[in-house]
Write a protein of this length. Sequence first.
Length: 140
Amino acid sequence: MLKKLLSTGNHNSSTSFALLLLRVGLGLTMLTHGYPKFLKLIEGNFQFSDPIGLGVEVSLTLAVLAEFLCAILLILGLLSRFALIPLMSTMAVAVFIAHSDDPFATKEKAVLFLITFLFLFISGTGKYSLDQKLFGKRSF
């Protein structure tokens, strides 16, 4: 199971390059949401929503871990599938809980993030990643 999660997939060079572009673009876009939350956390400003009842401090911390730290891991292609789990969870909360009563146009961005994160989780991140460099040429 662990080997499967560390696998980058068996992709050719062009597909791996496309996955690299998708991974980096998606991660950078997610950072635009995570960085302001990271600054709020550092400043001790805990004004944040609490969509699943964990408390605002915990909710903000989890959002920062997903949208900032996991976005960086995704860009690097480091522990990618592990990083995608909090990202998918955060987007699922945004779509199905935080914006459940909102019109689709409001939650559209979170839906697109969720679908794309799920795609990368299933496909793997390709051979142009630190996962490939660190966990190697093994076939899983």
